[in-house]
Design a protein around this ligand. Structure first.
Ligand SMILES: NC(=O)c1ccc[n+]([C@@H]2O[C@H](COP(=O)([O-])OP(=O)(O)OC[C@H]3O[C@@H](n4cnc5c(N)ncnc54)[C@H](O)[C@@H]3O)[C@@H](O)[C@H]2O)c1
Ligand SMILES: [Zn+2]
Length: 405
């Protein structure tokens, strides 16, 4: 049933968001507020080997807590890697979980906090609203500028058996605190900066061009964590798009530029606030099987699909796409809406090129036989399809993959 049922919207965030250069130092205050005694820190081996780990360890030791660090989180984490985190976490028996890393680490932390509170097989939580209550107190500290996981209600893992990325979605997964310190992103290499930055752009653009909340097609009796385009999400999306247009290329090409890193850190968190309330749509639905098949980073898959999905969605809201063009820095004065809207696609395509991302899916290792299977899988992700402003048939998704191929 496709009748619109939502005429109100809500806004959710992390319990608190702390932002700014050196704000990592506020960790002590945060753990004091949470009455933390035993802190289980999750990170990955790359981050654990960086100099910034010394900065982090210094802050941790000042907080005077009993700390156990697990550095075995994986990029685009498999279930096995998350189960290892859960096993070690259980032995330590923490009262608070902290994710210190990119989206992969923060999502591992979220799922560890879930399992330590509610137990069970993680697959039982996949989908929307299957977590029965609050998870263990959770602090997220991003070291990439991309996913917005520090404020979002999502945790994503790779279902290796079924070759697809899957999500657990619940407002119980919003961290108690997000500590966003742009300094932590300085060591991000150009590829990670580019990929995660393009993910943030996808979040903002998909939220801003989503189906409007009064028309969100939620079947009667069903609840969703997404609700479609709405004025609060729009605010964050706009600011994120402007910041990315201004600073992503600079952050990629001159990683030590703290102003550019600060813009991108802000954009990523704002993108997270936009998408985790409005929703993400067809780009993400198409990335999940793509990532499952060729194991590219989430941001790269999204970044390469974005311009093609924008072209498919363009006619649904040319005004919104024209706005996006302007926010990305295009000169739109004197242009008609349709022309300005077209510029948004060119702009995203140029940005992708300027951050060094390839144009064609074949460059990621996709082959033609994969495309029909990926199209079927993408089409089956109903919760993302219904956020998209146009409802594509499998054949249309297949055509979009082919154009991108
Ligand atoms: N939960 C959400 O709301 C949400 C939203 C979007 C994406 N995701 C998921 O997040 C994951 C991607 O996260 P990501 O883009 O942040 O990348 P990531 O966490 O996978 O990290 C990518 C690589 O960069 C390294 N790295 C991270 N920070 C670094 C730093 N400061 N310096 C040097 N190297 C650093 C990592 O060790 C890793 O090797 C995917 O699994 C994706 O599906 C989650
Ligand atoms: Zn994403």
């Amino acid at each position: 049933m496709n009748s619109p049922t939502i005429t109100t919207f809500q806004f959710h965030s992390a319990g608190e968001v702390i932002f700014g250069v050196n704000c990592l130092r506020s960790l002590e205050d945060v753990t004091a507020r949470l009455k933390t005694k035993r802190l289980f820190v999750i990170t990955d081996k790359t981050i654990a080997a960086l100099e910034l780990m010394d900065y982090f360890r210094g802050v941790l030791s000042e907080a005077g807590l009993l700390v156990h660090v697990f550095d075995g989180a994986e990029p685009e984490p498999s279930l096995d890697s998350i189960h290892r985190s859960i096993k070690i976490g259980r032995q330590f028996s923490p009262d608070t979980i902290l994710g210190f890393g990119g989206g992969s680490v923060m999502d591992t932390a979220k799922l560890t906090a879930t399992a330590l509170q509610h137990g069970g097989n993680l697959r039982q939580y996949v989908g929307e609203n299957h977590i029965p209550g609050p998870v263990l107190p959770l602090i997220c500290i991003p070291t990439t500028a991309g996913t917005g996981s520090e404020v979002s209600q999502a945790a994503v893992f790779t279902d290796v058996e079924n070759q697809v990325k899957v999500s657990v979605l619940s407002n119980f997964l919003r961290p108690n605190a997000a500590i966003v310190d742009p300094l932590l992103t300085i060591p991000c290499p150009p590829t990670v900066t580019a990929d995660s930055g393009m993910d943030a752009l996808c979040h903002a653009i998909e939220a801003y061009t989503a189906i409007p909340y009064p028309r969100y097609p939620l079947p009667n009796g069903e609840k969703s964590v997404y609700q479609g385009k709405n004025p609060f999400a729009d605010l964050f999306a706009e600011k994120a798009i402007r910041l990315i247009g201004k600073s992503l290329v600079e952050a990629v090409t001159n990683g030590n530029n703290l102003d550019a890193r600060t813009d991108m850190a802000l954009a990523a968190t704002m993108g997270g606030l936009a998408f985790s309330n409005a929703g993400v749509a067809l780009v993400h639905a198409m990335e999940y099987p793509l990532g499952g098949f060729v194991h590219c980073s989430h941001g790269r898959g999204n970044g390469m699909l974005l311009e093609h999905v924008m072209r498919y969605n363009l006619s649904t809201n040319e005004q919104a796409f024209a706005q996006i063009a302007e926010w990305l820095g295009e000169k739109t004065t004197g242009l008609g809406v349709a022309e300005a809207a077209q510029l948004s696609i060119k702009s995203v395509s140029r940005l992708r090129e300027n951050v060094g991302m390839p144009a064609r899916l074949r460059d990621l290792g996709v082959n033609e036989e994969m495309i029909p299977v990926m199209a079927e899988k993408a089409a089956s992700i109903t919760r993302l399809m219904r956020v998209n402003p146009r409802s594509p048939q499998v054949q249309e998704i297949l055509e979009i993959y082919k154009t991108a191929y």
